[in-house]
Design a protein around this ligand. Sequence first.
Ligand code: EPZ
Length: 418
Amino acid sequence: MQELIIKGPSKINGSIEISGSKNASLPILISTVLAKGSCVIGNVPNLRDTKFLISILKNLGCKINFKNNVVAIHSSNISKKIADYDYVRQMRASIVLLGPVIGRYSSFKIALPGGCAIGTRSIDLHLDALKKMGVKIKILNGYVVASRSGKSLTAINHRFPKISVGATQNIIMAATLASGTTVLKNCAIEPEVIDLINFLNKCGSKITVNKRVIKIAGKENLELSNHEIIPDRIEAGSYILATMATKGKLQIKNFLIEHLQEPINLFKKMGLKVKKINTNEYLFSCSRIKPINLIETKEYPGFPTDLQAQLISIFLKNGKKSKIKENIFENRFIHIPELRRFGADIVLKNNIVTIDKVSELNGAEVMATDLRGSFSLIIAALLSKGETIISRIYHLDRGYEDFDLKLKQCGVNIKRKK
Ligand code: EPZ
């Protein structure tokens, strides 16, 4: 397996272009199974996850090509009605196939996603809403076996008991072809959900958003339309945090700053300087970090859980018992033991991480455990004296396009070792 070798300490100093959003690309590519015709989707990041999803869609019978960040889809029709365990266990996000496929076809079988490094990843919120829409659900041999009678699903008036990005996306897609108007309350409203809604409306859907209430007027059928994926706000946030941690300077192109407004406001309070250079182009710099006593992860527009691990890293040499509380996932701390291998002083109790500063961090051999936690290891390596070797870097390839090239562009001494 490939490894990363990083020589520290190192400042981030350079400029990068943000890639298309992984978490907008996945549901939008999946949603194409709802519609007839063909289309081109641009700014799709070339990642392990996007390539993997495209292999799943091809396995189901979709005609789909991916080259130079552009996906061409030709009359997506699902001929195979099973998403195998071998696929789904490697990418839990594929569970949002269930809503659109059962919305358009009368049966579908998809493996239960199973847990992962950050939690149990249950799908009760998805299944409960689909049952209300008329889907018969059986759990058999580790699969969700879904079927429905009649011409289409039934529109529902439904309040999610808990905010869920994937469940919101799944049910929105199922509702686009349902008979009647579906009203969903307590929805996730992340930019990636809104980008999916914008794409579906271009395909002939009629979806409106008012705070956390989303209304979907069901249609007979949808027609594929071209679309450009929004930039990846979590990729941008990860590099901004690396810049703050190393007290560097970074110019970022192709970044919709409004997609990270609350975190950026917080970072400014901590010492981040932001200068607008051009449309969607900014210069970020930081010369000192003022620790904040407690930061809590929240659903959008709050501080994203996908930046929690990277945020910890900026306190490793600056924290004065800074605290971060993880409210979204029950076990998103698997990166903590790896960070301690650099010499970090981190205490974890009841989903609250307390970081006290240390005067020195030293390079170490560490293991990537999940996508975002792996980026916190990179930041820790930049703060450490000596060589760091990071193994299992396929986790990084899942969600950070060309991260080694982008970091090299910022002056980091980094290389992949076969
Ligand atoms: C999406 O995952 C993102 N993934 C995650 O990003 C992100 O961390 C998460 O939303 C929260 O923002 C994609 O978009 C592909 P949820 P998702 O359903 O949809 C619980 C990354 O690093 N829950 O909003 O799976 C769940 O266990 C990834 O890019 C239920 O209890 O997240 C969690 O505690 C990691 N029952 C909370 O809700 C359900 O049926 C939020 O999960 C569904 C979820």
